[in-house]
Design a protein around this ligand. Structure first.
Ligand SMILES: Nc1ncnc2c1ncn2[C@@H]1O[C@H](COP(=O)(O)OP(=O)(O)OP(=O)(O)O)[C@@H](O)[C@H]1O
Ligand SMILES: [Mg+2]
Length: 385
């Protein structure tokens, strides 16, 4: 079963992707050398999930539904089942399987296997008993307050380490392109596992960025990516900054403050940081129980990650160092930088802010939304596919 491929224009670095995969030969070659994943039969997955019973459903995303299941040996799995068969979905399936098969890291969700029979495409993962970060911050677990400060710090550092692997250690390097709360899963010890590589791009050696159709989730998109489709590692850093703000504050990336006005989490946080009101930034569900120095660190790092100019963002390697508190000088340099000196003049007017920098990404989203609606009509509220 061979898959698709690439059309390149190296002059402009303007190529659409990239992987030549033969899942069949892949499974034959790698399956023997590396027994960490295998091909599942549809019958086996039907039986594991009680025929994809509604009660087994964990959630639904752009690709399809995800079901909890149990294999004959008692181990628990999560099965992602493709909703509608199409070339695009087949491509996403192949990208995810290809990338998952080549990554191995404690903070990345690894592949148990896949199933490709007829028009059925399924991906099998380890089940993560504590579900996603999103479910704890804004979803079904949000009232339980299971994320104390220590867990939040571990999740911040762990997920950054997973991204370090993708950006700096995997060959070729991988940009995730959809870092967000529902794609950070939590294992039984609340260790973070970054998931969902269906949108990922592999970066060929020597390329500074890839130009690509914009994919991802509103609220997390870097402005240059939303507007120009230029994807490189710093787009993931931007999304990670938004995720860090969410983790520390418990707020959503974009908040509706009235029926027509929206505010980004950056526009909310930046003035508070400039006024040094850190206690107002902490998630009220923490009841004041956090390490103040760590909270400040997380917030400063988040905001430098989520700045609109990509060249000013740190790498995710820097982010890990900063979060771990390894470089005190760098943190105080950040603390004293221009962007935290005076509160930006922010006026909210139909989602448009007067402060140029911090409002950039909302306007980017607006333009993008308009463009996509005009061009394809293929846009829902939050997701760009
Ligand atoms: N291995 C897993 N263990 C437990 N829950 C999972 C697992 N994989 C996915 N989920 C949960 O299933 C739900 C659907 O996941 P899915 O990745 O399809 O959609 P999503 O992350 O909400 O959106 P997107 O399509 O943009 O990724 C999410 O809540 C996700 O956290
Ligand atoms: Mg997901």
């Amino acid at each position: 079963m061979a898959f698709w491929l690439c059309c390149g224009n190296s002059d402009r670095y303007d190529f659409m992707f990239v992987v030549v995969v033969s899942l069949y030969s892949c499974s034959k070659k790698r399956g023997k050398a590396n027994a960490t994943w295998r091909v599942f039969s549809l019958k086996e997955l039907h039986s594991a999930t009680n025929n994809f019973n509604y009660d087994n459903k964990l959630g639904e995303g752009g690709f399809g539904s995800v079901y909890w299941g149990q294999l004959w040996d008692g181990s628990q799995i999560a099965v992602k089942r493709l909703k509608v068969f199409s070339n695009k979905a087949e491509m996403e399936f192949a990208v995810e399987v290809e990338i998952l098969a080549r990554v191995q890291h404690k903070n990345l969700l690894s592949l148990r296997g896949y199933c490709a029979e007829g028009q059925e495409r399924l991906i099998v993962y380890d089940y993560m008993p504590n579900l996603s970060l999103q479910s704890h911050l804004h979803g079904q677990h949000s009232a339980e307050c299971l994320l104390d400060w220590n867990r939040r710090m571990n999740i911040a550092i762990g997920s950054a380490e997973g991204i370090v692997y993708l950006h700096h250690q995997a060959t070729p390097h991988i940009i995730h392109r959809d870092i967000k709360g529902s794609n950070v899963l939590l294992d039984s010890d609340f260790q973070a596992r970054v998931a969902d590589f269906g949108f990922a791009k592999l970066i060929p050696d020597g390329a500074t960025h890839v130009t690509t159709k914009v994919k991802g989730t509103l609220g997390y998109l870097a402005p240059e990516y939303a507007m120009l489709g230029k994807a490189n590692e710093s787009c993931d850093v931007f999304s990670f900054g938004i995720l860090l703000l969410e983790l520390a504050s418990g707020r959503k990336p974009i908040e509706k403050i009235s029926s027509s006005v929206k505010r980004s989490i950056v526009d909310w946080a930046l003035p508070l940081v400039c006024e040094k009101k850190f206690s107002e930034l902490a998630d009220p569900r923490l009841n004041g129980e956090y390490v103040e120095e760590e909270l400040k660190r997380v917030i400063f790092v988040a905001l430098v990650c989520a700045q609109s100019q990509p060249e000013k963002r740190p790498t995710v390697l820097d982010v890990v160092e900063l979060l771990k508190g390894k470089s005190k000088e760098k943190i105080s340099e950040i603390e004293n930088s221009e962007m935290f000196r005076s509160p930006p003049a922010v006026e909210f007017n139909d989602g448009a802010s007067a402060a140029e920098d911090s409002s950039d990404f909302i306007s980017a989203e607006k333009e993008l939304k308009q463009e996509l609606t005009e061009n394809t009509g293929a846009m829902n509220d939050t997701k760009i596919n």
